[in-house]
Design a protein around this ligand. Structure first.
Ligand code: GDP
Ligand code: MG
Length: 747
């Protein structure tokens, strides 16, 4: 099977094209660095199926970032049959820089001028025929987004891949060109493949190349000495880069006809950025937008209209839909969806309970309480997860999230944090695993490590049910606050914890340079409906799959170990206390006493300890565990309904006597402690060695203890805040004083 790969700058539309060609649903983001690994799919509309590989986005083939190395090694070593070089035609010249490097490799290349829809909208035009002549490779105008000309692109690529192509260079400087020619002949003599590419890279004294062709390096050094007068300066890398740009301006730029030549146009994007990336207002606006999202997803008092509405305005009392659309106030869209789902799951539970009424008691228990109780507790949050992710995806696809990285870079650079590191952090809101993999784009190892460590604090989709279930139960049981305010507050708490932790690490154990942050801000565009739906579908599929595999298995195990004693005797619900799980829970319970959900709770208090531990397998387990155990307890504590996650936690509040600060501490603990299995494995993979990884585990445990106990203690005894404040100030002083001393020694 022929294999074509997509290579191009970040954000040039590779993944959009890849998805369109292969029908797959890889993540498309309107910011650089979303694809860090290569992805494969199959295109079926040519005479024969063709494998398509999506490479990470790169600006050049130099070995500075791991993406560049992945892409470069792929093209050189795996020898694709054709490279489809996709470029953002609205930025023709800059994108062609990479093209000039790909041309040096002995591989068939086709140029895809992407985003032609945007070029035409501007009124600009590109003479593709002329560009094709000058480049010597096929050029096809496409729009990956609209799907225009994609089959034509593939046809051209299919024709091209059957012909051999020899690498050419655009370097015109006589002395340099001559020298590259000599090196090329020397390399050919050694049987090196892609001699042109390697010759140019050797001339640049590229690190990887110098390692590979040690003997030829001498030639370069000798040449440098003898030609010092002819070639200006001895930074060959800069010389070669300059030569490329010169060639592009001279031969390729003229193919672009601009409508608004010389005129400086203020685009709507620029206008929006004046406000959205404002020096002072940028961050408050972001916080406001984020709050609006949480309000739309979680509020039970939408637009704060509650007080103005007549009592019981739409309570639908007595029907199955009681309270679905609102009780005191109007429910936000996310809540309405959640309630509708609950109507359905309650009906299913009742139906199943009816069927099983004549079955042995333990069968009914296992199926109704163990399985359905646990699964439905977690499934009840799917609508809200999807609504929240819909909004997050809109922010990302519109190009706004890329601005956030920019704004945060400006605000936090002096504290050792670069904007580049915020991209994986913000990705952590979705799932920590791809976010951690994305840290490969960070050039500085210490910054990378610090980032990997704090990514779990950016609350992921799986932690969302913990936040919502506990906040919902807080509102229901204590009558304080709003679910949206509490969940929003917890998200912000996670972000603040992450920032403080990174700053502390960067000032102490992980000191290092902050690499400059260069990122072009993608222009704003309306989010693609198809793209959004694909993302949501992916999220839903992933969630449901997890619910019926890992979480289902966990709930079954939880039910068994909570209904059998160590001597393997069946225990009825009200004796759960003496079960295996109860025994283990009670053993662990004292560990959580400083956090408020330990020994101070009454006899059932161990459930919180157990839930926190099962969360290490998957964070969804926290709520499903509480769901399973709560369903079992409904026969013991009668006046609270245990349906869904909120009901389960409400019931546990009754059963254990846990306090409000302790519940907040419980959320905070789960958000900042060791993440799920998969994330821990990803963190291990991204750690340089075992030792740093062990410290990462210690770091997570320590942070969760400090944050959660802080919340519990300050919430319970307000004056404790002075102790925390004093300690914080002391730590800050010690670090500043120590760094000063070290710094003056260096001087
Ligand atoms: P990658 O980083 O190269 O994989 O780029 P993506 O496929 O993630 O796309 C980056 C952004 O460009 C996304 O917001 C896309 O919706 C947008 N995009 C991709 N192709 C086109 C196109 O043909 N026209 C326009 N206007 N936008 C596009
Ligand atoms: Mg991509």
């Amino acid at each position: 099977m022929y294999r074509f790969c997509l290579a191009g700058n970040p954000n040039s539309g590779k993944t959009t094209l890849f998805n369109n060609l292969t029908g797959s649903t890889a993540h498309v983001g309107n910011w650089p660095g979303v694809t860090v690994d290569k992805k494969e799919g199959v295109y079926k509309k040519c005479n024969e199926p063709i494998a398509i590989v999506d490479l990470p986005g790169i600006y050049s083939l130099s070995p500075y970032t791991s993406e560049e190395v992945i892409a470069r090694n792929y093209i050189l070593d795996e020898k694709p049959d054709c490279v489809i070089n996709i470029i953002d035609a609205t930025n023709l010249e800059r994108n062609l820089y990479l093209t000039t490097q790909i041309l040096e490799i002995d591989v068939p290349v086709v140029l895809a001028l992407n985003m032609m829809d945007a070029v035409e909208k501007r009124g600009d035009s590109i003479d593709a025929g002329e560009l094709e002549k000058r480049l010597g490779i096929p050029v096809v105008k496409i729009s990956a987004l609209k799907g225009t000309n994609l089959d034509k692109l593939m046809d051209r690529a299919y024709e091209t891949c059957k012909q051999k192509r020899e690498g050419i260079t655009v370097i015109e400087d006589q002395a340099l060109k001559h020298f590259i020619g000599d090196v090329k002949i020397a390399l050919e003599g050694q049987g090196v493949l892609n001699p042109m590419f390697h010759a140019v890279k050797l001339a640049e004294l590229d690190e990887l190349e110098v390692l590979m062709h040690k003997d030829t390096v001498n030639m370069v050094e000798a040449f440098k000495k003898t030609h010092q007068d002819e070639i200006f300066g001895d930074d060959f890398e800069a010389l070669v880069a300059d030569a490329r740009y010169k060639y592009i301006t001279k031969y390729f730029s003229p193919t672009l006809k601009r409508k608004n030549k010389d005129k400086f146009v203020v685009t709507p994007s620029d206008k929006a950025d004046k406000v959205l990336t404002h020096k002072i207002w940028g961050i408050p606006i972001f916080l406001l937008i984020l709050f609006a999202i949480f309000h739309l997803t979680f509020s039970e008092n939408f637009l704060f209209l509650g007080g103005l509405l007549p009592e019981n305005w739409v309570s639908l009392e007595g029907t199955a839909f009681e309270g679905v659309f609102g009780a005191g106030g109007i429910n936000a869209p996310g809540v309405v969806l959640m309630n509708l789902l609950e109507v359905l799951t309650t009906a299913i539970s009742d139906l199943v309970a009816g069927w099983l009424s004549s079955a042995p008691q333990w069968v009914g228990g296992l199926i109704c309480d163990g399985i359905l109780g646990g699964i439905f507790a977690i499934m009840s949050f799917l609508p809200q997860i999807l609504v929240l992710f819909l909004f997050f995806s809109i922010l990302e696809d519109s190009g706004y999230m890329a601005r956030i990285a920019f704004i945060l870079d400006r605000a936090l650079r002096k504290f050792g944090l670069s904007g580049r590191a915020f991209i994986p952090m913000i990705m952590g809101f979705g799932c920590s695993v791809p976010a951690m993999i994305n840290t490969r784009t960070l050039a500085d190892d210490k910054e990378k490590l610090a980032t990997v460590r704090v990514i779990p604090f950016f609350s992921c989709g799986a932690k969302l049910p913990i936040l919502t279930a506990v906040s919902g139960a807080i509102v229901a049981s204590f009558g304080v606050g709003n679910v949206d305010v509490i969940t929003y507050g917890m998200y912000i708490l996670g972000v603040v914890t992450a920032l403080v932790a990174v700053i502390l690490m960067r000032e102490t154990t992980l000191k290092g340079d902050i690499p400059p942050f260069i990122m072009e801000l993608p222009s704003y565009h309306a989010p693609q409906f198809k793209n959004l739906m694909m993302l949501l579908w992916d999220k839903a599929k992933h969630f449901i799959k997890k619910a019926f595999t890992i979480i289902l298995a966990s709930t079954i195990v939880i039910w068994f170990v909570s209904h059998f004693s160590f001597s393997w005797e069946f225990l009825p619900d009200e004796m759960m206390d003496q079960s295996i799980l109860g025994g283990i829970g009670k053993l662990l319970q004292p560990l959580f006493t400083p956090l408020g959900f330990g020994s101070q709770l009454n006899s059932m208090g161990w459930v919180f300890a157990v839930a926190a531990i099962t969360g290490l397998i998957a964070k969804e387990n926290v709520v499903s565990t509480l769901g399973t155990l709560a369903a079992c307890l409904t026969s013991v504590i009668i006046d609270v309904e245990a349906d869904g996650g909120v009901g389960a936690v409400s019931l546990m509040i009754q059963g254990t006597g846990i306090t409000l600060p302790a519940l907040l501490a419980f959320i905070a603990f789960n958000m900042t402690t060791i993440p799920c299995f998969a994330a821990v494995a990803a963190a291990r993979g991204e750690s340089a060695n075992k030792k740093t990884f062990r410290w990462t585990l210690v770091f997570w445990l320590a942070t969760s203890y400090i944050v959660a106990s802080g919340i519990y203690l300050i919430g319970s005894f307000w004056w404790v805040s002075f102790i925390y404040l004093a300690v914080a100030v002391a730590v800050a002083f010690i670090i500043i004083a120590y760094n000063k001393k070290r710094f003056s020694k260096v001087k």
